[in-house]
Design a protein around this ligand. Sequence first.
Ligand SMILES: Cc1cc2nc3c(=O)[nH]c(=O)nc-3n(C[C@H](O)[C@H](O)[C@H](O)COP(=O)(O)O)c2cc1C
Length: 253
Amino acid sequence: MKVIKFRNRLVLSAMAGINDHSFCSKFPAGMVVLGGFSVDEESMEASKKVAKRGRKEFIFEDPIEGVKAEIEGLIKTYDGVFAVNVRSASEKGYLKTAKLVGDYGGLIEINAHCRQPEFIEIGCGQELLKDPKLISIVEKTSKVCPTCVKIRGGLSLDYKKLARELKEAGCLMLHVDAMVPGGNADFGLVKEISKEIFTIGNNSVVDVYSAKKMLESGAKLVSAARAVLKDERFFERLLEDELLSSHTVLLIN
Ligand SMILES: Cc1cc2nc3c(=O)[nH]c(=O)nc-3n(C[C@H](O)[C@H](O)[C@H](O)COP(=O)(O)O)c2cc1C
C-alpha cells in the first residue's frame, strides 16, 4: 500500500497559460496543478485557436517535452504533491503524459471539465463526461500514474454513478468544480460525490468560511484558482485556520 501525503488541505487549481512551474512554486498549497496543457497535435491546434481569440494557453512545439520541462522546473523548488492537468484528442496523448508524470512522482489530472468550443469539438474537456472513452482512458493511465479526473457540476448527469465507475476504473481522486450556472458552489454535489471517492472541492472558494464549507461537505482537499489571481497571499490567509492547515493522506492500493 502506497500513501500520498498532503501537508495541508489546499490545492492550486489549473489555469491554462498561467500555472507554469514558476507560478505554481510560489504557493504553500499542499498540492499544485500544473497546466492545463494540450498534449497531442489535435488538442494543441485547438489551443492555438483559443490563444488566437485572446485566451491564455500554453503553446509548445513539442507538448510532451514542454510538460517535461515544466515538471522538472517545478520539482526543483516545490516539494508538495503536484498534478498535471491534461487535454488530448487521442488516448495516446493521455497515456504518454501519464507515463511521464508517473516517472516524476506526480498525478495526472484528466481534464473532463473545459468547455471552450475548440476543445469540445474534438471530444476533449467536459465532452468526455458523456463519452465511455473516459473510463478506458482512466483504466490505462491509472496503471502507470496515480489518476485524478477534473469534472464539472451543473450538467444533467448521474454524478454518483460516474464517480463509482471512475473509481472502479482506477481513478483515485475526483476534482469537482461544483459550479452552479450563475451561482455559488453546489455543496450538495460535493457531499454526494465525496461519499464515493476522495475529492477536491472547487468553485468560488474566496475565504476561510467557503474553504471550510468544502471540507465540511466531505471533500478532503479544497482548491482555488481565481481567488489566487486576486490575492497572491490567499493560501497564506487560509493556512491560518487549523483545519485547512492540517495534513491528510490518500492511500493507494
Ligand atoms: C484563467 C483560468 C484558466 C483555467 N484553465 C483551466 C484549465 O486549463 N484546466 C482546468 O481543469 N480548469 C481550468 N480553469 C478552471 C479552474 O481550475 C477552476 O476550476 C475554476 O476557475 C473554478 O474555481 P475558482 O472559483 O476557484 O476560480 C481555469 C480557470 C481560470 C480562471
